[in-house]
Write a protein that binds this ligand. Structure first.
Ligand SMILES: [Zn+2]
Length: 299
């Protein structure tokens, strides 16, 4: 169930060192623990770090098949409750993406969840397809008339269809082997196709400030990038970076309160609680990367 790495899974260097002692073991994992809105912050796997590319990864790491089977069982109604804020975040991503790719073509969203991003993209004229392991999420997306393949990117068969844009929004940190994912994305893209990656930055100000309580240390996160390792991944998989930004997201005040124990009472004042859900905040934590890169043609 666990794989012990002797080499960096990103650059294959054998110069890897112990990085951080974790608290997690596979028996502690369940669909409940890995849903998007889980709040088990501060929990990690034993982590190793590559001295050559600085990639940080769970070592030993749960097997891909095990992870995918857990995700297929995930149900996360709280994700949908925050749909308004998520849609706003996604529209901003699409706006930036369309500055680089004004013509709407074929868009593939990996880790599509309930299809909020797909739905926003479709409204703007993109031909959309999603990939999502959770059966619960796929059903919700399909009920809205969205095309979503149920399974992992690994299971997704490459046919003749090639995509103009492939998005990996908060996906890579959940996968044992991001290099394999991005290599497959490379194959699925049209020449000069665009990849969008959003993933936490291990060396962000917030990560350093909050230390071991950083909210991206959670059971579902198996690997962590900094600027160097994410650049390395894109170079190794033949991508040229077009735009490198920091990610901010929209959410309601009630969502924030529900994550902070000392604001519990604020949620339970009936006259206030409906107000909190309508107030949208834009949170510029800046602790994730938002990177747009273009597929290079191999020499
Ligand atoms: Zn490495």
């Amino acid at each position: 169930m666990l794989i012990k790495y002797e080499q960096c899974p990103l650059c294959f260097s054998s110069k890897i060192l112990f990085y951080k002692k974790g608290q997690l073991s596979p028996s502690m994992l369940s669909p409940e623990k890995i849903k998007i809105t889980d709040a088990d912050y501060g929990l990690t796997w034993d982590l190793s770090r590559c001295l050559d590319c600085s990639f940080v990864f769970a070592n030993p790491c749960p097997e891909e098949k095990f992870i995918t089977s857990l995700y297929s069982e995930v149900k996360d109604p709280a994700y949908e409750v925050e749909a308004l804020g998520r849609r706003q975040t996604f529209r901003r991503l699409l706006h930036r993406l369309e500055k680089l790719r004004p013509q709407r073509g074929y868009l593939l969203d990996v880790g599509a969840a309930t299809g909020l991003f797909l739905d926003e993209a479709k409204k703007r004229g993109w031909q959309v397809l999603g990939i999502e392991p959770s059966r619960w999420a796929v059903e919700i997306a399909q009920k809205q008339g969205l095309k979503v393949f149920q399974g992992s990117l690994e299971d997704f068969k490459i046919d003749d269809q090639r995509y103009d844009v492939i998005t990996l929004i908060d996906v890579l940190e959940h996968t044992p082997n991001p290099r394999k994912i991005v290599e497959k994305v490379q194959k699925l893209l049209k020449p000069q196709g665009l990849i969008l990656i959003v993933t936490p930055d291990l060396e962000s100000f917030l990560a350093k400030l909050t230390g071991r309580y950083w909210w991206h240390y959670r059971p579902a996160h198996l690997v962590f990038f900094n600027r160097q390792s994410l650049k390395k991944l894109l170079a190794l998989t033949h991508f040229e970076v077009l735009s490198w930004k920091r990610y901010s997201w929209h959410f309601s005040l009630s969502y924030l309160f529900s994550r902070l124990p000392f604001t519990f009472w604020l949620l339970h004042k009936p006259f206030l609680s409906s107000l909190w859900s309508r107030i949208q905040l834009k949170l510029a934590l800046g602790d994730s990367f938002e990177v747009y890169a273009q597929k290079k043609e191999r020499a």
